[in-house]
Structure formats: C-alpha cells, structure tokens
Design a protein around this ligand. Structure first.
Ligand code: MTE
Ligand code: MO
Length: 383
C-alpha cells in the first residue's frame, strides 16, 4: 500500500492508527462548535487516501438493475438540484476503547470523538437514480430486497486489495425524505481528500461505514452488498459470541445508529478546581429520531437532573421542530456542585423512548461496535 501521498492533517488530532490514518479531535475541541470544522472532523480510513488528479475525466458508473446504465461526470451531478443537509456522521466504533476495558475487542480504538456534524452539499441520490430510470419511492413499486451498492476508488486489505464498498436498501435510496446525498461539498467547501474528494455518499442517521467516500460506481443489486464491511464487519453480536463460535451470516449489517451521548467537557478521570462543574457534550440518535431528553447524575446514576439541549442557534432545542436539524446531533449542558469526588453520568433518550444501556457488559460485542452505554466520568476536587 502507498502511504506516500497522504494529505496534511491538523496537529491536535489524536491519532489512533497511522496507516491507515484514523484520528479524532480532543473532546473539548469536538463540542466547541455545532458544525464541526473540516480539520477537526474525525478521519476513518481503511487504506491510503486515493488521488483523483483529473476531475474533468472523473466518472461514476451506474449499473445493475437500471433501464439505462450510464456514466456520470461531475458536471452531470452538479446539474441536479443542490441540497445542503446538516448531518452527523458517527463511526460504529465510536467509544470502542471503553468497551475493551471489560473484555478485549478487536478494532481501532476510539475515545468519544469518532463523530462529527457537517453541512454536506450535493445532489440527492434519488434524483441521480431518477435520471437513470429508477423512480422515486412509491408504495406500489415492488422493491423486494433490492439494495443500492456504493463502490469506492480506494483499496483496502479487508477486501484483499479491492475497493471499499457498502449498500443501503433501494427504498431508502429512492426516498427524497431520507436525504441520502452524493456530496461534493463539506461546510461550503469542496470535499477534501480525507473526506472523499471528489464525491462521497452521505447516508444520514446510519453508521458512518455506509457513507462511502471517493465514489467510483453505484450498482442497483438484487440483495445487499456482499463486501467485507457489510458481511464480516459492522454487525452487532450478543455478548456470548466470540471469535471461536461466530457465524457472521446470522446477523444483519448494522444500519441505523442507536441513541448515544457523551460528556465532552471532562475527561474520563479529571481533577477540577471548583465544586461547580459544567457538564456538556453531544447526543445523537439514528434514523432521524430527535433527542427527547438528556439526564445527568453526579452520584453514579442514583439521582438525575435534566440537561438543557440546543443546536445551532443556542435556543432551546425542540425535536421535530421545523427549526431543528433532523439529522444532526444535539448539544447538552448542565451545571452541578460536586462533593469531593463524583461519578458523573450522562444518558440520553430519543423521541421513540429509546434509552442508553446502563453498562458496557450488557452490550459487549467482539468487534466493539455501538458502545452506547451510559457515559461516566470520574471527577475529583483538587489542585
Ligand atoms: N469509504 C471508503 N471508500 N473507505 C473507507 O475506509 N470508511 C467508512 C466511511 N466510508 C471508509 C469509507 C467509515 S467506517 C466511516 S465511519 C466513515 O467513512 C468516516 O468518514 P470520515 O473519514 O469522512 O469521517
Ligand atoms: Mo466507521
């Protein structure tokens, strides 16, 4: 593999793996702005960053179960109506390091910052598919188990030197309200190399692994993609399954992200100078489900207070309000006076009433994905 042409990166990033490059920002930097600056946005790769030198000659091919298979240039994509969607992307491996503490899991370690929120600009996938004769969602369309597969330009060892790929159900891809994008902009700038230049998929509300970067091809297929990251990774197993008794085919590829939150104003073990502490961080759920509540405890989860929630404006957040960003995280903030030592806990509830599991043991899985257990930090008053 060729790691000689990696792009420059921000020095403050905590590097979890150098080749492939996997890095996340410090907690405090992550929540310093509602829209995550590109430099600070976590970077999750499985191989070297590919280069597309000649944008004029760049094409994506669209094939499979379509009436008119063809190649599309960037100009063809840009001709379609442009949408800006504020969406949070979260790696399924976010908070994996903490899951390994109970019992070792396999995978790149992450603290709580394998998540970021950006304004993605691009064409809707449903509009692209319509160009090719795939109609928008109608209840009478017989979709069966059809999926839309995204194939990348990058090469990775998990695919034995082949490209990274993933798929989503056709019913989601053709639904304008699902806001699935072929994005060429991030926060108003052209995508940079780390994040998928020149074109990537953004699947709001779904684990980051399905948002394929450096798009090369789109295929409409009869059933889900058979690639490594759909079949042999990013599946949630029960705690009883280990490497000696795993049967990958018994589980579905993970799609929606469950309810999650993390405290970012404090480290896992922290010393504070004053009794009064600010407890702030992010909460996010999958499938566009809003955040109903964030509960904070300073005694390990016996008594709770409710945190304030807000998004871009700083005004109180209201789930499902027209002024709130459906696919984006919600920040929370609470203040509390701690005794000498405190176990501070945060847990969120989404609008479907889903709550985070109390402990990591009950959701432990061998690949260490979806650690959404209550987030706990140990704080001590000191100097
Ligand atoms: N797309 C390609 N082509 N190659 C990859 O390694 N990683 C996926 C996804 N898309 C990946 C990819 C994973 S696991 C995540 S979490 C997100 O991209 C990360 O996107 P980011 O690096 O822009 O934050
Ligand atoms: Mo990921």
């Amino acid at each position: 593999s060729d790691y000689t042409r990696e792009p420059p990166r921000h020095p403050c990033l905590q590097v979890n793996s150098k080749e492939p490059f996997n890095a996340e920002p410090p907690r405090a930097a992550l929540v310093s702005s509602y829209v995550t600056p590109v430099d600070l946005f976590y970077k999750r790769n499985h191989g070297p960053i590919p280069t597309v030198d000649d944008i004029e000659r760049y094409r994506i091919s669209v094939t499979g179960l379509v009436s008119n298979a063809r190649e599309l240039s960037m100009a063809d994509i840009r001709k379609l109506r442009k949408y800006n969607v504020t969406a949070t992307l979260q790696c399924a491996g976010n908070r994996r390091t903490a899951m390994s503490k109970t019992k070792k899991v396999r995978g790149v370690g992450w603290d709580v910052s394998a998540i970021g929120n950006a304004i993605w600009g691009g064409a809707k996938l449903c509009d692209v598919l319509e160009l090719l004769g795939v109609p928008k969602l109608t209840t009478s369309t017989p979709l069966g188990g059809r999926h839309v597969e995204f194939v990348s330009i990058d090469k990775c060892k998990e695919e034995k030197g082949g490209p990274y790929k993933a798929s989503i159900p056709l019913i989601q891809a053709t639904n304008p309200e699902a806001d699935v994008l072929l994005a060429y902009e991030m926060n108003g700038e052209p995508l940079n190399r780390d994040h998928g230049y020149p074109l990537r998929v953004i699947v709001p509300g779904v684990i980051g692994a399905r948002s394929v970067k450096w798009l090369d091809a789109i295929n409409i297929i009869a059933k889900e993609c058979q690639g490594f990251f759909m079949q042999k990774d990013y599946k949630m197993f029960p705690p009883t399954v280990d490497w000696d008794n795993i049967n990958w085919s018994t589980r579905r590829p993970q799609m929606d992200f469950p309810i999650q939150c993390a405290i970012c104003s404090l480290n896992d073990v922290d010393v504070v100078k004053q009794r009064k502490v600010t407890i702030s961080g992010y909460a996010a759920s999958g499938g566009g489900r809003g955040i109903e509540r964030v509960d904070i405890s300073i005694d390990g989860g016996k008594k709770w207070i409710e945190a304030q929630r807000y998004q871009k404006s700083g005004l109180p957040y209201v789930a499902d309000d027209t002024n709130s960003d459906k696919w984006a995280w919600v920040f929370f903030k609470a203040e509390a006076e701690i005794p000498g030592t405190a176990e501070i806990v945060a847990k969120a509830v989404d609008i479907a009433g889903n709550v985070q599991p109390q402990t990591v043991e009950e959701i432990w899985n061998l690949r260490g994905i979806l650690n959404t257990s209550w987030h706990r930090v140990q704080v001590r008053l000191g100097h």
